[in-house]
Design a binder for this molecule. Sequence first.
Ligand SMILES: Cc1ncc(COP(=O)(O)O)c(C=O)c1O
Length: 413
Amino acid sequence: MNNYVNDFPLLLQRDEKGHQTIYLDNAATTQKPFSVLNAVSKYYESSNANPHRGAYDLSVQATNILESARKKVRGFIGAKSDNQIVFTKNSTEALNIIAQSYGMTSLKAGDRVVLAVSEHHSNLVPWQVAAKAKGAVISYLYTDKDGAVSQEEIEEKITKQTKIVAVAHISNVTGKINPIEAIIERAHKFGAVVVVDGTQSTPHISVDISALDADFYVFSGHKMLAPMGIGILCGKENLLESMPPFLYGGDMIEYVEEQDSTYAPLPQKFEGGTQNVGGAAGLSAAIDYLNVIGMPTIMEIEKELTTYMLEKLSNIPHLKVIGSLNPEGRIGVVPFVMEGAHPHDIATILNADKIAVRAGHHCAQPFHKYLGVSSTCRASVYLYNTKDDIDRLAESLKEVRRWLGYGTKRIVH
Ligand SMILES: Cc1ncc(COP(=O)(O)O)c(C=O)c1O
């Protein structure tokens, strides 16, 4: 198995008993390799200044770091122009920009906004706000019990009333890859604009947004080895041109008069205020790290881990994996419940063995309600995890019910 873990200082830390953390909450955020940490500290040690604002060397260096990160991102996701790449704080901010700026100016009463029922709240609540303000209606693409959206559902829900379709490329609850090509094709047939939430896809699978023909695409750096506080909004240039800015103030203007202003061209029009250059340096280094390994190799590593994890977890008595047990068409995000054990108790017991998993509704309350579960535990892998980590998880899970006072025999009702 791989030894990428040696590149991640946090994962090498040992506690007073000599134990390392088994980190399996990668869908929430990922750990950072030395190269990313070094890129961030090198920026602050040697090039820190306000970008786009000074004629002096340091400011020029900061500008160059920011702009070369923009180019790196463009190449990584296959966008056509640097003007399409807007730096944001995270996916949530990017989705709010689209809903507030594009949604509020394009939606009319009676229009439909189509979301998947599995959306993360960040791609759901901003649309509720915009739809309510404009009198538009939200309709949902419902999934089967494994979290899959069917072609029939796409055809039934995306119609000529649809103006915006906003869906995750990959679900953060089930790890299921949505049929994004079919959704985009259907939406474009009716002239609707498609917003793809790439938060869980960009870190794990090769993405080419030009080939996909996505109108908007967003992701967060922190879920793909970069620091927190840097994210991306990518949009087709004609759409970004047509939209009003979201944040007004410094850096996003061209001329300011006492009573009126004109705005900077793309992408600065959407980048009001001082940008996170250190975060951009980290994101650039994260993309370099991923590119050296190669996304196809990362996909292979994760597929092997996912197959192994599904097999191991599905063989644990009283444990039920939510969603499909098929390792195809998904990434290594695996939600599960256990008879007689609350997800928070499971996560707490695993924590005693230094295993980090997520418990709760994973910012997808409507989806949990739809699936008929109030909360789940979720284990999610990244390239630095190993089969050994999954063995440790499985061993620890086998002990959960004993900790909660149950016997080992199964009661069959
Ligand atoms: C699918 C999906 N969309 C959006 C988000 C929001 O990301 P952030 O909190 O980085 O803005 C997440 C985070 O878990 C996610 O998994």
